[in-house]
Design a protein around this ligand. Structure first.
Ligand SMILES: C[S@@+](CC[C@H](N)C(=O)[O-])C[C@H]1O[C@@H](n2cnc3c(N)ncnc32)[C@H](O)[C@@H]1O
Length: 238
């Protein structure tokens, strides 16, 4: 993460927008690590997430809004930096969201994407993280929630290249963790698995999916679980 922090520390972006902010994990990072900013806006389509994130940021210079990223309620060229963190695989219409992100970005502004990937060199504990993530995505889909498996590196690159950014740069990184059984992600993903098993209680014909969940949980107990490798991609709007 040090490399990511170094990159952020060199960016001065007065007006920042974070898309699909969830619980605002990236807003925390932006707030702490950007060289400078004046105001951060964050949006998410899920009301619960927005309420939660709003409660985390009483700061006057951070606002969280409920908003569909396919129709951002901001004027053209409103932001110096637009970010999307670990969320592309949740987005149904990337072309539309990408074009909205570019519309609200000022010419010369920075667009930054971070996304975990499923291929490449991953440790057993990272593979477990990916397996758990994919199983939760399957549960979401069987409940009618759009959630794709995570992408391969080349797929992420192709999606970002479509945006036509200038001077596109890429960092391939992961957050080093100590004992994968004690890692925060291990506790978090175990809890998410338990929640997903509960959420699917009333699903019919879900025995195979349930047993797949029990298998990934067993894998998590055997190997532990740490965050998968990610790509950070950033470039400039012409
Ligand atoms: C994995 S969370 C990422 C949250 C945050 N960026 C982070 O890394 O902590 C994905 C977010 O995408 C939002 N989301 C899901 N479907 C969406 C959609 N179709 N359009 C926009 N956002 C969506 C969800 O509400 C969720 O908060």
């Amino acid at each position: 993460m040090k490399d990511v922090f170094d990159i952020l520390s060199q960016i001065d972006a007065p007006q920042v927008l974070d898309i699909a902010t969830g619980h605002g994990e990236f807003v925390f990072i932006l707030k702490e690590q950007l060289g400078s900013y004046q105001h951060i806006s964050a949006v998410d389509s899920n009301a619960q997430n927005v309420n939660y994130a709003q409660s985390l940021f009483p700061d006057e210079d951070i606002d969280v809004y409920r908003m569909n990223p396919e129709e951002l309620a901001f004027g053209d060229s409103s932001f110096d930096m637009v970010t999307i963190f670990n969320s592309i695989h949740h987005i149904l219409n990337w072309d539309r969201v990408g074009s909205e992100m570019l519309r609200v970005l000022k010419p010369g502004g920075i667009l930054m994407v971070t996304e975990m990937y499923q291929d490449g060199q991953q440790s057993e504990a990272q593979r477990t993280y990916i397996n758990v993530h994919h199983w939760i995505a399957s549960v979401d889909r069987s409940l009618g929630i759009y959630h794709q498996p995570t992408f391969a590196k080349e797929q992420i690159l192709a999606l970002v290249e479509k945006l036509g950014l200038h001077r596109l740069q890429i960092l391939d990184y992961y957050i080093p963790a100590g004992d994968p059984h004690q890692a925060e992600e291990c506790r978090y993903m175990r809890q998410r698995c338990m929640d997903a098993l509960k959420r699917m209680e009333y699903l019919d014909n879900a025995d195979a999916l349930r047993s797949e969940g029990e298998n990934v949980l067993a894998k998590l107990e055997t190997h532990g679980c740490v965050g998968a490798r990610r790509l950070l991609l950033w470039g400039y709007k012409s």
